[in-house]
Design a binder for this molecule. Structure first.
Ligand code: IPD
Length: 254
């Protein structure tokens, strides 16, 4: 890996953040699928970031939410970008939307960045070197019991046919934890697990651009992550087993 990729990527993401707070073109919305939206901001941020990254190293492939990714060699070098994670939040000016960028080589994310320009909180992490919020090193919480935990459960809005399972899961967890949160951006929810604001996160049907960077942040902050096409589970280690057992206790499905 070229060592300057990380610092160059940081500069590019910080600069692109202004596009989210300005929300220029936010009323130009298309529906990619039921309740799955793309705005002119998503498209502009992706184009801007990919153009700048391609000047640093033209050999790295681009995997992005707002493009066709069929030709990507997943074992090669890849930028993985969600230009706006939390598009529905952005449409409603809910002020919790982030740029999520990861760099992957040989199937493993090497570094990840999650930037919330509304709060100016910049989360970053490099494999083997820890995770940071702005300049401060972060770690997952040291909670030992779900009953002492604050948990975020995603609703997988693009997959309404799975809503009964998602809400049954939310109810099971809610009955055993202090309370539930739902921020509306998986990348930021993972970053919040990494810095200990949340003790755990669970959502089904996410894509690599939603969780690639956030997964690395949680791992580098000492947390546990399981991520596949079915679900993303992230947790402080002290509650991982209890949380996962309850989240995946499918016999209670409605
Ligand atoms: C969405 C957000 C949301 C999650 C959805 C994702 P997008 O990403 O991460 O929190 O519930 O499943 O699709 O579409 O805003 O980039």
């Amino acid at each position: 890996m070229k060592m300057d990729l990380f610092s160059e990527a940081i500069k590019i993401v910080l600069e692109a953040g202004r596009q989210l707070t300005e929300r220029k073109g936010i009323d130009d919305i298309s529906e990619k699928g039921p309740t799955d939206y793309v705005t002119a901001v998503d498209v502009r941020v992706q184009k801007m970031i990919f153009e700048k990254l391609s000047q640093i190293d033209p050999d790295v492939q681009f995997l992005g939410e707002e493009k066709d990714n069929e030709e990507i060699d997943l074992q090669g070098k890849i930028w993985i970008l969600d230009p706006v994670d939390g598009t529905t939040n952005l449409i409603h000016d809910f002020q919790h939307s982030v740029i999520s960028l990861a760099y992957q080589e040989a199937g493993e994310v090497q570094f990840g960045i999650v930037y919330n320009p509304f709060s100016r909180e910049f989360f970053s992490g490099k494999k083997g070197s820890g995770a940071f919020l702005n300049d401060r090193r972060i770690s997952v919480s040291n909670v030992r019991s779900l009953s002492q935990s604050l948990i975020s459960i995603g609703t997988a809005p693009g997959c309404r046919e799975d809503a009964d399972r998602a809400f049954a899961r939310m109810r099971r967890i809610y009955d055993r934890c202090q309370d539930i949160r739902r921020v509306g951006t998986a990348a930021l929810e993972l970053a919040y697990v990494a810095c200990g604001r949340l003790d755990g996160f669970y959502e089904g049907h996410l894509h690599i651009w939603d969780y690639g960077a956030g997964k690395l942040l949680v791992e580098e902050a000492g947390g546990i992550v399981l991520a596949d096409q079915e679900r993303v589970f992230a947790s402080a280690p002290g509650i991982a087993e209890e949380f996962r057992c309850i989240a995946e206790e499918e016999e209670n499905v409605l």
